[in-house]
Design a protein around this ligand. Sequence first.
Ligand code: GLV
Ligand code: MN
Ligand code: MN
Length: 420
Amino acid sequence: MKQDSPDSAALALDKLIRELGRVSDEKARLTRTFLSGAMGRANRLVGGWMREAGLAVRVDALGNLIGRIEARRPGAKTLVIGSHLDTVRDAGRYDGALGVLLPIVALGRLRRKDVRLPYTLEVVGFSEEEGVRFPGSYFGSKGYAGRLRAADLRLRDDRGVSVGECLREWNGRHGRRAWEAPERAHSARELLGYLEVHIEQGPVLEDRGLSCCVVSAIAGQTRARIEFLGGAGHAGTTPMALRRDALAGAAEFVLAAESLARRRAPLVATVGRLAVMPGATNVIAGAAELSLDVRHPRDRSRLDALRILRTAAERIARRRRLAVSFRVAQDNPSVACSAGLTALLAQSVRAKLGRSLRIPSGAGHDAVVLSSLTPVAMLFVRCRAGVSHHPEERVEIGDLAAALAIVEDFLVRLAHRMPK
Ligand code: GLV
Ligand code: MN
Ligand code: MN
């Protein structure tokens, strides 16, 4: 990796993003999920780039990739910078990957310029943020921050394998001794904060004509699994009035969630998965399980919506003579970014772009979990048409160059703010 001018560094970063974007669990599209074969290959590839940039590399018991540059002064505090290396199904290349690869390129450049920072830096590629395989998410950052709970380990995937079983198997296969709940990586006292660089995943920066901006807060999010149970039966012989069709109940619930969110902007409610059993053309659905994702910048409004949707599910089930279960798999309140770190980051944005902007994030990020351990700040980078969670995700080279310059400026500003 040879990058001297900001533009050549941005081109080099883009090349790494493209190379990592080819590491997938599926042939024709980008999908990397928790502890999968592709995640192992991604850790090896990115770990190699970390070593080239001068970082010491390890993988922890959750599969998080951790690269570290020690400060010269013993006992110096640590700034953590990172994001996630897992992806959604049929993903774009930048979501998560940008926040891991950009600091590696920035640190390589600072090293070549012989800039020595007075604090330790840890770059982390978290192993799970998207919540694709299990009903919950943030397993990587939760493990790193010491926030993984027994309830998280009991969550099961579609094949009935729990998170705990999956971790035990993976750690065993990698020659680690019997796995128990992982230790958190740091105590709060050891840390200066956490910085996450991420694509905006929305259209505001494009609308304002800005490459980057700072994040004020991250919206709260609840994920639930809802199951309607009816009676499977013959599609040709069971009269309509005698059916207990679980899928029809689930369909009614999907529309109830959509209509509630439409009436209560900025509430958003999404059913993104639906599993129908037994799933045959000529059989009435006996069971239908769906996912629910509810978000709102105000916690009270999110919890209110959740209560209404739970009541709606029960009402639909009663009217249709179905049984229903409504299980919350994850509930994250909204998170405010640190005033101090964000103000410093905004100074870097202003220094490089001439103006700064603060916007809230509707998407969840590893910063949500890290905020329980240390102050967090986030830099958003413009992505074309605001498209994300889609293979068409794009970031222009000029915007990568701006983000690199801002992060390097921030690292130096943070150093100047520290007591000598
Ligand atoms: C993560 O991408 C999320 O906001 O769901
Ligand atoms: Mn992300
Ligand atoms: Mn994502």
